[in-house]
Design a protein around this ligand. Structure first.
Ligand SMILES: C[S@@+](CC[C@H](N)C(=O)[O-])C[C@H]1O[C@@H](n2cnc3c(N)ncnc32)[C@H](O)[C@@H]1O
Length: 212
């Protein structure tokens, strides 16, 4: 699978929590979910993390270097005090069960005393399954012929930065990367792109597109 733009979570977007170090979650969250849902087997997932950001790519490279020496990667999972949907709370509680184990979390400052926190130590083999690749999905193509294409590509909070032409270019590039029955999952609204059937846009309000 591929994640396009996994990003670096350096503060919570809404409230600016900055009491924990830089981290990236998305590739490992997807690994975790694929195993939990029985869609893949542990040790049999290869993740390519495409990004244009040097910070993101270097962060992942450093995590991989540490993983090669057996070091885990710890992620902090703060949860606000207002009510979350029950499913979201269940997800938050179980996050990481397939990729590592819970560890003591960094305690938030007193001003954030209502914030709940969890932390998960992700195993080195999971970190090593994720390979960072410098790629601009709008303007560059990736030769994935050796691997035969991706079953799943995730790109969230990505397309919204681009105009329609750029979105169409990105989608064209993505279509060359997907296996014939592979999926692109995005939370961005892409109503003007002819590649994505209207019906699918309507069903999900966000685009879930099956290539091929
Ligand atoms: C707002 S962050 C999204 C992070 C995460 N996916 C999320 O949903 O929270 C956007 C990410 O996409 C990357 N990005 C933006 N444009 C890109 C492009 N054309 N090609 C590859 N990555 C891109 C950024 O560097 C960043 O890592």
């Amino acid at each position: 699978m591929a994640v396009i733009g996994s990003g670096l979570d350096f503060t919570d977007k809404g409230f600016g929590y900055d009491f924990y170090p830089l981290q990236t979650l998305q590739p490992f969250a997807v690994y975790d979910s694929l195993i939990r849902l029985g869609l893949a087997e542990p040790g049999k997932i290869d993740i390519t993390a495409f990004d244009i950001s040097r910070e993101v790519l270097e962060h992942l490279r450093r995590a991989r270097d540490r993983a090669k020496t057996g070091e885990n990667y710890v992620v902090q999972l703060p949860r606000e005090s207002w009510p979350w949907a029950a499913d979201a709370v269940d997800y938050w509680r179980s996050f990481g069960s397939e990729i590592g184990k819970p560890v003591a979390s960094i305690q938030p400052p007193v001003a954030l005393k209502d914030l709940e926190t969890r932390a998960v130590e992700i195993r080195p083999d999971v970190i090593l399954s994720c390979k960072p690749v410098d790629l601009n999905i709008v303007f560059e193509q990736f030769d994935g012929s050796a691997m035969g294409g991706f079953d799943l590509i995730i790109g969230t909070n990505l397309f919204l930065y681009y105009d329609e032409l750029e979105q169409a270019l990105a989608l064209q590039n993505i279509s060359t990367l997907l296996k014939p029955a592979g999926f692109l999952l995005t939370n961005d609204w892409l109503p003007h792109l002819p590649q994505i059937p209207d019906a699918l846009q309507r069903i999900h309000t966000r685009a879930i597109w099956r290539g091929g």
